[in-house]
Write a protein that binds this ligand. Structure first.
Ligand code: 5GP
Ligand code: MN
Length: 324
């Protein structure tokens, strides 16, 4: 009997087979780490430790671990990327492309088994086993399936980390599928403090964030004719206006800019270091952002995608506008 679920079930079984007998596992999270990659990494690492497996966990530099994510249970065990040894079994979580592992990608290439766990439609399947399900709202959902398949009981620490991935990648359940709500209910039943973690992960900023947002909103431009009249709004967070803040504090600007009623697509250009930009794109429902992101060397989901760029603000914006 065939079913559309079959390839995922098979991948899930292969992942569990390899992980259940591996004496040591390296778990890798993507650069510019978010709550889904770190929550997923911490949850799978803790489940493996419960099986008696030696685990090392790290994320790709050069960015720092965001303050909020450093509070997740087990985050103190995250290694600096240069201290990672690299075991024969390597797991990459929430990485759409191998280059999002930066220098750590060499460990995937040299591993005997490289397991890719991800929910990005643009995922290239760069592992020897690819458990990639674009239907999943977050990678943490897939990690939970693996933990269940391994027969490990989800404790409060694992539940907190899984909840972190679910609540952030569904935009506080704004676009969560029924399964995400069911998973959240299960994690809350385990004892997760949902109110605390939502505030920590999504609703806490330093005072200087207000000034950065103010400058970003002041820069906003609306092009109502773009995307066949569906509209584009974009804003710029330049290096100067974000200099007092850590890199992750500009990540939420796109969530404000995207509320513009006249624009189907919202884009925020963020200058991490002078001349080096990360670009976040969001669509409401009608425009597929993946081809645009891929054309610029990035990736992501249909309604949320991104890429890197370099140049002056004017150059980066002009280059983007010429491509849409
Ligand atoms: P964000 O705007 O939140 O950084 O990213 C939105 C989505 O696009 C995320 O799912 C993220 O993984 C993906 N994305 C962002 N930047 C890149 C990139 O440079 N390369 C790839 N492959 N995906 C990206
Ligand atoms: Mn994710």
């Amino acid at each position: 009997m065939s079913s559309t679920k079959a390839p995922f079930d098979e991948a899930l079984r292969s992942v569990a087979e390899v992980l259940s007998v591996a004496p040591a596992v390296t778990v890798l999270c993507h650069t510019r780490p978010d709550a889904d990659t770190i929550g997923s990494g911490l949850a799978i690492a803790e489940a493996l430790r419960r099986l008696g497996t030696a685990v090392e966990l790290s994320f790709a530099g050069p960015t720092e671990l965001p303050t909020a994510l450093a509070q997740l249970p087990g985050a103190d065990l995250i290694l600096d990327s240069k201290d990672v040894v690299g075991h024969p079994v390597v797991v990459a979580v929430d990485c759409a492309s191998i280059y999002r592992l930066e220098a750590l990608s060499a460990l995937v290439e040299s591993a005997t088994h490289s397991i890719v766990i991800d929910h990005h439609i643009s995922n290239e399947g760069f592992g020897t086993i690819n458990y990639v399900d674009p239907q999943a709202d977050c990678t943490a959902e897939l990690v939970l399936s693996i933990i269940d398949e391994l027969g490990v009981t989800v404790d409060l620490d694992m539940a907190t980390c899984i909840y972190a991935g679910v609540v952030t990648d569904t935009g506080s359940f704004k676009w969560g599928r029924p399964k995400s709500h069911l998973i959240a209910a299960r994690m809350l039943d385990v004892g997760v403090d949902g109110r605390r973690w939502t505030r920590t992960l999504l609703d806490t900023h330093r005072f200087a964030w207000l000034a950065m947002v103010s400058a970003a909103l002041d820069s906003a431009v609306l092009i109502e004719s773009a995307f066949d009249g569906r509209g584009l709004v974009y804003a710029i967070v330049d290096h100067d206006s974000a200099a007092a803040l850590s890199w992750e504090e500009s990540e939420s600007v796109v969530d404000i800019v995207r509320t513009t009623a006249e624009a189907e697509v919202a884009v925020v250009f963020k200058e991490g270091s002078p001349g080096q930009w990360t670009v976040s794109m969001r669509a409401k429902s009608e425009v597929d952002l993946v081809p645009i992101a891929v054309a610029h060397g990035g990736g992501g989901h249909q309604l949320a995608a991104g890429f890197g760029a370099s140049g002056t603000a004017a150059e980066v914006v002009r280059h983007f506008l010429a491509s849409v």
